[in-house]
Design a protein around this ligand. Structure first.
Ligand code: ZN
Length: 366
């Protein structure tokens, strides 16, 4: 195991539009570059891991002894050479060069790269290009044939001596180390990259997959002479739910869960009890402004899980109808909604059929 892993984290992130260079931003609870360190450590494939940064003071955490932090250069190729020069004295056999902006590679990819180096001097992961690419020469436009083009990713793996000799003789700016081999007509082995191993380039790349969870709970007393509404559906029953509105515990819990996930306080703030205009309001009407708030902020629902807690009516009898009603009200596919019925062994107010309660958990994305 004479392998070394160099992580380049000294870019200027011109396209990232943030006061902090992107390699230091927090991504999935850790600085972006730390994902690559942790994976390299977990793989146990490397003698040393070299993190090349533009300001060592910005790294205030202690890492294991085999993680070395060095100050990089002006351009990517300068930083890469600084990393290579650092490990040269250790007489490495193989070196992997990686962009800190790709935190989502797998350990399997690392293993494949090292394995392929046994028979090759340069091993590069690639993926097929998804977009149609045009290129311009002087004023003329050309189409790039998608079947013959692909994107290169990192980590890129090399025999140290071959990469080092090319690097010290390179003067022009290069975008990756594979370019050195290709421009010198040297053989490069391409292996299958990973579609999930995308480079984080723009702020949107980070926020696109965020998931938020919300929880809601509600309980109303059952009283004679009122109609029962559950999930917006009128259900024949001897009593209805007492409340300022129609007392629909399912919708009230959904509203609180959605507001919670959006971090917008609660149903009581949105519909104060003491406001006359909300008296006897149908809960479906209360849901509307919440859905509008979601749409306006570009949230969408991933799923809802509902526990309806009562002895009667039996949930199994109305499950499909309630789910259908909710899917219409929320404008989502019914397959995203789950409704469970729960009895309480005749205990307490709910057990004596004097109240119905509901809890909802929801997941939304933006
Ligand atoms: Zn309520």
């Amino acid at each position: 195991m004479n392998n070394y892993f160099i992580i380049l984290a000294s870019g200027q992130s011109k396209r990232f539009n943030s006061s902090k260079p992107k390699q230091y931003i927090i991504y999935k609870n850790k600085p972006l570059f730390e994902h690559s360190i942790n994976k390299a450590l977990a793989s146990k494939l490397f003698k040393k891991i070299i993190l090349v940064v533009n300001n060592k003071k910005q790294i205030n955490k202690k890492y294991p002894k085999n993680v070395i932090i060095v100050k990089g250069g002006k351009e990517r190729s300068d930083s890469s050479l600084i990393g290579l020069n650092y490990i040269k004295k250790l007489k490495p056999l193989n070196v992997l060069i990686h962009d800190a902006a790709r935190p989502n590679f797998t350990l399997k990819l690392l293993k494949n790269l090292i394995e392929s180096l046994k028979k090759n001097k340069a091993v590069i992961p690639t993926v097929n290009t998804k977009d149609s690419i045009k290129y311009k020469v002087k004023k003329q436009l050309f189409n790039l044939n998608r079947d013959h083009s692909f994107s290169t990713q990192t980590p890129q793996a090399f025999r140290f001596n071959d990469l080092y000799n090319l690097s010290i003789n390179q003067n022009a700016k290069i975008q990756d180390e594979a370019t050195l081999f290709i421009e010198n007509n040297l053989k490069v082995k391409f292996i299958k990259g990973e579609n999930t191993n995308n480079k984080i380039t723009y702020k949107e790349d980070i926020n696109s997959n965020k998931i938020f969870i919300g929880i809601g709970f509600d309980i109303h007393r059952l009283i004679k002479g009122k109609e029962l509404y559950l999930g917006g559906l009128k259900i024949p029953f001897h009593s209805g739910l007492r409340g300022h509105s129609d007392g629909d515990v399912i919708i009230h819990s959904i509203i609180d869960a959605l507001l919670g996930a959006m971090r917008k306080k609660d149903i009581g703030t949105l519909f104060p009890d003491n406001k006359k205009k909300f008296k006897n309001i149908r809960s479906t009407k209360m849901l509307k402004p919440v859905i509008e708030m979601m749409n306006k902020n570009e949230f969408y629902i991933n799923n809802l899980d509902i526990n309806l807690i009562c002895e009667q009516p039996k949930v199994s009898k109305y499950r499909d109808k309630i789910i259908k009603s909710l899917s219409k009200l929320l404008n989502i596919d019914s397959s995203l909604i789950n409704l469970k019925g729960k009895t309480v062994e005749k205990l307490g107010l709910i057990g004596k059929e004097k109240a119905i309660a509901c809890e909802v958990i929801c997941s939304i994305s933006q």
